[in-house]
Design a protein around this ligand. Sequence first.
Ligand code: C5P
Length: 297
Amino acid sequence: MSVTVRVPAKVNVRLAVGAARPDGFHDLANVFLAVSLFDEVTATPADALTVTCTGADADRVPLDRGNLAARAAEMLAARAGIEPAVHLHIAKSIPVAGGMAGGSADGAAALLACDALWGLDTPRGELLDICAVLGSDVPFSLVGGAALGTGRGELLTPVDAGTFHWVFAVADGGLSTPAVFREFDRLTAGTAVPEPQASPQLLAALASGDAGALAATLANDLQAAALSLRPSLADTLAAGTGAGALAALVSGSGPTTAFLVPDPETAAKVAAALEASGTCRATHVASGPAPGATVLP
Ligand code: C5P
């Protein structure tokens, strides 16, 4: 017997970053949108906790306790007073270290899969608490849809969202999230970093489903830092807007880039142009909002 959970990637339609806090984290106003690019995590009873992974870049996924899926299983087992005797298999489609919360997604999926496998029926609020300990983006991976994340991103308020179409361009290699935040600190040193806020215009555009309106208000405060560490991303962004994307931005801490398009036809055209441009390694077409982590029948 095994349990499989499907879990979405995310893009940040607004990532407003405040000054570094005493604990090293940054207060955020982080408007998450879950998109239809999914990992699947399958939990199967085993003698001990083991992790395997398949998919593009599976060789870059840690299979030890550095994997959030393994940590999720350990935390849930410890809470229940049982051994984490489970094999976790990750079928990976979300870019690794790409700024789309792929590792966080696997953590949330493993938590839900183990909860079902072990018949624990852990209350939703407790699952969310474990997610928040695992990482700032993990609660959103569990919840999905569209939400405003405050605090370090883990305090979620659902927001309304119409349907939006996207193209994602996968870069060679990943970017370290802590390194991108450190670069943000370096670039903003000596300046007054404002309180992070999601504008009413952005939230209204998101709710309306009007891609043109959303394109006019999208922004990522980590983009300058990601571009500073990976200047070639500017060419990818230009290739996508040149091909008809309404807006282009770095997804989260990057290096995946996200292109908002008006419809699926334009998505196919922009994806083909990006692939032909030689400025990225692969593309994915997706739409959002997508549901959060879900046990498959
Ligand atoms: O929460 P998570 O483990 O995903 O965060 C990874 C790293 O990203 C943190 O160690 C920190 O360096 C940075 N971070 C931050 N502020 C946030 C979220 C993450 O500085 N709100």
